[in-house]
Design a protein around this ligand. Structure first.
Ligand SMILES: Nc1ncnc2c1ncn2[C@@H]1O[C@H](COP(=O)(O)OP(=O)(O)OP(=O)(O)O)[C@@H](O)[C@H]1O
Ligand SMILES: [Mg+2]
Length: 400
């Protein structure tokens, strides 16, 4: 036989060296992206962007600018006035008081982005949604539950090198902390905090079942939900990124959620996999709740988001009809196109909102941003709906 014989000779020491080299490469790639300051900088918002979000005429904005000097002044950049993210959020909350949460009657709405298929854009959706909702004035907490830490990376935090175990949800899972306050850190983006991920999170797959066996009355599926109780009031929205598996941590993410969002590329394999995911979830939830005589877990909304839609191919009529027949009104009236912009953004450890105009083709960027903005508009209404639902239930509770 004319082939080179392959003798097993790669041992784990060699793999360890490879792992170290790869981690060092990621670190230097990140530093290269973030040069010269080695920290991520949030984009600024222009007056035009503030007017677009608040649907205000420029003349109305100018009126508030001159009459209300306590509002941030911003700074001139070229021929535009720009505001930092903190300043812009202050303006937006001032201009849309009816869209601001009343913390005395409603807590933050928790959204879990899940799909046990890998690479369907869960992480991109979480980061973009967090930034988009924050640009509308919402104080946002992102929770990265994927030990790979991709979402943390999009916020400039590298799981392998920057994150200690006690900056993840691991202490909550271990029972050494009751709440999540101590795990939260600020990000480069004013208004977005994060509980980062690190490879330590893999241990949750041993810790949670082991506590279930050893602690009477322990409910492994409600640990995150209970841990969130201590921080829900401080945020308008909490967005959870989950790993591509139906693991103990994903179950916690589902149980903590007011609403679920499942990104799904419109292909037959992704559709089939989504069906399996829901089957497994419902089997599991039934076992956990009904078999113990507990009231059902209920969600306020479930969204199916068609993602990475390739406009050159289109969605096949058959796949589209399966999706709509199965999920009906849960399919969001927005589709996210497959675009090189998303890949360019993630290569720079960011999202479409991090891209500097001029660094990519303006028309392509606008097309991608418009799709994300439509998604964010839709989810924003649902978040406000969840707040209104809580206020209603609270008022009924008070009336009793
Ligand atoms: N709209 C888009 N068009 C094209 N590529 C995209 C789009 N959105 C995201 N991507 C790319 O698809 C890849 C997978 O995205 P992402 O990491 O968000 O998926 P995921 O579901 O979180 O993956 P995993 O299951 O590994 O956690 C990334 O390389 C990302 O840059
Ligand atoms: Mg991911």
């Amino acid at each position: 036989m004319n082939v080179e014989p392959l003798i097993p000779n790669i041992d784990f020491d060699q793999l360890e060296e490879i792992a170290l080299a790869a981690t060092t490469m990621v670190q230097s790639a990140r530093e290269h992206m973030l040069a010269p300051n080695k920290v991520k900088k949030a984009p600024h918002m222009t007056t035009t962007e503030i007017c677009e979000i608040t649907q205000l005429q420029r003349s109305n904005f100018n009126y508030h600018y001159t009459t209300n000097e306590t509002l941030p002044r911003g700074q001139i950049a070229g021929n535009k006035r720009e505001f930092t993210m903190a300043e812009a959020r202050e303006w937006i909350r001032f201009l849309r008081p009816d869209k601001v949460r009343d913390p005395s009657v409603s807590a933050g709405c928790t959204i879990t982005v899940a799909n046990y298929k890998g690479g369907v854009t869960k992480t991109t959706t979480v980061a973009t949604l967090a930034q988009g909702l924050c640009r509308r004035g919402m104080r946002t907490l992102v929770i990265d539950l994927d030990p790979q830490g991709s979402c943390s990376a999009l916020f400039g935090i590298l799981a392998d090198v920057d994150v200690e175990e006690d900056q993840t949800v691991t202490p909550l899972y271990m029972g050494t902390q009751d709440g999540l306050e101590s795990c939260i850190q600020k990000t480069y983006w004013d208004g977005i905090d994060i509980i980062a991920a690190s490879p330590a999170l893999y241990s949750s797959e041993f810790i949670l079942p082991s506590r279930q066996r050893s602690e009477p009355g322990f409910e492994f599926w409600r640990v995150l939900d209970a841990g969130l109780d201590s921080v829900r009031d401080q945020y308008d929205v909490i967005i959870i990124d989950s790993p591509p598996s139906l693991s103990y941590t994903t179950i916690n993410a589902l149980m903590a959620a007011d609403g679920l969002l499942m990104p799904m590329p419109p292909s037959n394999l992704d559709f089939a996999s989504s069906a399996q995911f829901w089957n497994l979830c419902t089997d599991l939830i039934k076992t956990l709740y009904a078999d113990r005589g507990l009231p059902d877990k209920k969600f306020s909304f479930i969204n199916i988001l068609l993602s990475k839609v390739d406009s050159s191919v289109g969605v096949s009529t058959a796949v589209r009809s399966w999706i709509y027949n199965a999920y009906g009104s849960m399919v969001m009236p927005v589709e996210i196109p497959k675009t090189s912009i998303a890949e360019t953004a993630s290569a720079g450890f960011g999202t479409v909102y991090d891209l500097v105009p001029g660094s990519v083709l303006a028309k392509t960027l606008k097309r991608a941003k418009d799709a994300y903005e439509d998604m964010i508009d839709y989810v924003e209404k649902q978040v406000r709906g969840v707040w209104a639902g809580q206020a209603l239930m609270n008022s009924k509770g008070d009336a009793k």
